[in-house]
Design a protein around this ligand. Structure first.
Ligand code: ZN
Length: 207
């Protein structure tokens, strides 16, 4: 049971899990990836006003079969991750917020490699920053579009999201030599800790 508070100020105990075994009951074969992709993940109805709530709660997703162990933190706890106080268990990976969870579910559903996707994202961010040095650029994987991999880029133009199609051959090339890239700057920093995201590089920018 997890404590949830509605906008109507009702607090109640919701039957929501703290851990989900993707290999087991209620896991991937029972559609948990689809729930994440459809926006139904950890959704609960308020017993007082009937609103559908999607509280951002800390939840751990794991799969022995896929070699996955991911702790999803609420966006509000991003700072604890950066300061090393989020209490991520050794060997677990961290993801922040449901936007990043959606992206990871999309990557898993499309059988792509999350590390190779991060490497591609940084390349796109650097290209965009050349065009818009002051923009608050962010990129996320959005799914397959035809035979391309589609990425959403925001921050280039105020309020606009650009769709960047990437050729599968480009992805395959990155995937093929990712081990080498991961040892080189700045990727040695991206893949050092539990938060294997290009956003970890923001920490240096803010100095
Ligand atoms: Zn309510």
């Amino acid at each position: 049971m997890r404590k949830v508070t509605c906008r109507c100020e009702t607090s109640f105990d919701a039957d929501l899990p703290e851990e989900i075994d993707l290999d087991g009951e209620g896991g991937a074969s029972d559609g948990v990836l689809d729930e994440i992709l459809n926006g139904d993940f950890l959704a609960v109805t308020c017993p007082n006003c009937g609103s559908l709530l999607k509280p951002e709660l800390r939840v751990r997703l794991f799969s022995k079969k896929k070699g996955l162990d991911i702790v999803v933190l609420p966006e509000l706890e991003r700072g604890t991750l950066y300061s090393g106080t989020a209490g991520i268990p050794a060997g677990s990976e961290a993801i922040v917020g449901y936007v990043e969870l959606y992206e990871r579910a999309r990557i898993l559903a499309d059988s792509l490699d999350p590390d190779a996707i991060e490497i591609l994202k940084l390349w796109m961010i650097e290209k965009a920053e050349e065009q818009s040095p002051d923009g608050d650029i962010s990129v996320s994987y959005a799914g397959k579009k035809g035979d391309k991999l589609a990425f959403h880029l925001s921050g280039l133009k105020e309020g606009e999201i650009a769709v960047l199609p990437i050729d599968p051959a480009t992805y395959e090339k990155i995937l093929a030599d990712k081990a080498k890239r991961m040892r080189e700057p700045p990727f040695d920093r991206v893949f050092k800790g539990p938060y294997r995201s290009v956003r970890i590089l923001e920490l240096d920018d803010s100095d």
